[in-house]
Write a protein that binds this ligand. Structure first.
Ligand SMILES: C[S@@+](CC[C@H](N)C(=O)[O-])C[C@H]1O[C@@H](n2cnc3c(N)ncnc32)[C@H](O)[C@@H]1O
Length: 229
């Protein structure tokens, strides 16, 4: 089944920052740099480390990722608060790791918080793969509609991509979205897609192997070998 529906979220008091639709670098910067909730980037490193220490879900995901990735170099795109990537670095300090975001103030704050990291501004809609063995798309599927996601994968056709899904659309998610969208303060916040909708995205460019990353579904995408006629 290929199904994609809008994702709705109630940001509470932070709705004044994100408005009716969370999309584009300005809105994401507002949420990361000017809000004080769970989406905010901490003001200093002590707080970021404290948040990572407390986030055992991120730790479990990073442990599972480390099992799949081994010692390979990684470029991670749309890292947000980069808690998973901080755990990746803690678990394997010798790994070459590039972390990227498309929102400029977020990039600036990340670079200040994580001086030992290679932090770069990168917009998946226009920029191609960076220099790494493996390219991590960790819960950024919500941000890319089918046509944009396919374009991104065309740019990434020659490289290996690890896609970790935010969630798979099923009956419970459909019910939740229907409930949330009627709330007066609800904000449009990307998309949720079914397994079939995910797997149709990379059929033209990559061969996929299903993986599990702790509580999340994932796929390792290998470049599709073209026949040489
Ligand atoms: C749902 S958040 C996930 C953040 C993080 N990867 C995680 O797992 O917590 C999606 C992130 O993708 C970023 N993003 C959205 N569109 C992007 C684009 N075109 N290129 C790069 N990053 C993008 C946003 O700034 C946001 O931080």
């Amino acid at each position: 089944m290929r199904l994609v529906i809008p994702h709705w979220f109630d940001f509470g008091v932070d709705r004044r920052l994100v408005g009716p639709a969370l999309a584009g670098p300005e809105r994401w910067d507002a949420l990361r740099v000017r809000s004080h909730g769970v989406f905010a980037l901490p003001p200093d490193r002590t707080e970021l480390d404290r948040r990572a220490d407390a986030d055992q879900t991120a730790r479990a995901r990073a442990e599972a990722l480390t099992m799949h990735i081994g010692a390979q170099s990684v470029a991670s795109y749309g890292v947000g608060a980069a808690v998973t990537e901080l755990w990746l670095a803690r678990l394997h300090p010798g790994r070459r790791l590039i972390v990227t975001e498309f929102a400029p103030e977020t990039v600036e704050r990340l670079a200040a918080l994580l001086p030992e990291f290679d932090v770069r501004r990168h917009d998946l809609r226009s920029d191609g793969p960076l220099d790494a063995d493996l390219h991590l798309f960790h819960r950024i599927d919500t941000e890319l509609d089918a046509s944009t996601f396919r374009d991104v994968l065309q740019h990434f056709a020659p490289v290996r991509v690890l896609v970790v899904a935010t969630e798979l659309l099923g009956p419970r998610a459909v019910a939740r979205e229907l409930r949330t969208r009627v709330r007066p303060g609800a904000t449009r916040a990307g998309l949720v897609r079914s397994r079939g909708a995910f797997e149709a995205l990379w059929r033209p460019t990559h061969e996929a192997r299903r993986l599990r990353v702790a509580d999340l579904e994932a796929w390792l995408l290998e470049p599709r070998r073209l026949g040489c006629g």
